[in-house]
Write a protein that binds this ligand. Sequence first.
Ligand SMILES: O=P(O)(O)O[C@H]1O[C@H](CO)[C@@H](O)[C@H]1O
Ligand SMILES: O=c1cc[nH]c(=O)[nH]1
Length: 234
Amino acid sequence: MSVHIGAKENEIAETVLLPGDPLRAKYIAETFLENATLYNEVRNMFGYTGTYKGKRISVQGTGMGVPSISIYVNELINSYNVQNLIRVGTAGAIQKDVKVRDVILAMSASTDSQINRLTFGGIDYAPTADFDLLRKAYEAGLTKGLQLKAGNVFTADHFYNENSDLEKLARYQILAIEMESAALYTLAAKFGRKALSILTISDHILTGEETTSEERQTTFNEMIEVALEAAIQE
Ligand SMILES: O=P(O)(O)O[C@H]1O[C@H](CO)[C@@H](O)[C@H]1O
Ligand SMILES: O=c1cc[nH]c(=O)[nH]1
């Protein structure tokens, strides 16, 4: 096992879905995976492995924010040799034409996190999704009759931030705000793995419209199905 994941060697599949909320991991395993077994309960950050349409898939909660997801992604890659990492998260929209319950694909992730500044010094590194996974997810969406939006998201260190200039971010075409993708993409690049964030809009920061916490924990099935359909092609 690794420091934060209690799985034995080979108990985690090479493709892993990554929700922030561990109860969303439980919901995904119980609703979509066959023969799912729980491999991690450390810190209640549930992780399961099962099969989807015959392909072995895992789902691991990551917690909220860059430091937390960074721990799980590092350990999944370095201790369990995970190859494909697909975040299935929620985000707050800041564009008028991005609506609550829309599913978006994060092509890239801008951030106010210091983590890449600490890594790269003066360089503004651009965390980017794996194109092949992005293409597969987009096509899975088309097959389901969804025209998924793809673009730049903002990975924020704050959930509550009175200083952020959302109008400016919107003007520069940021679609939505969340808290993990920049770290996921940077770590996947560092270790030569494939990563993608698929995000359901849980609330609209401009209009105040929001989903319930129960919905964030469960449902959002379109996002999960798109992720699983992309995952089984890996
Ligand atoms: O729903 P998850 O995947 O946790 O994602 C979003 O929700 C949390 C904030 O409520 C942050 O982790 C943010 O990125
Ligand atoms: O990080 C997040 C996630 C959902 N909604 C937000 O406003 N921020």
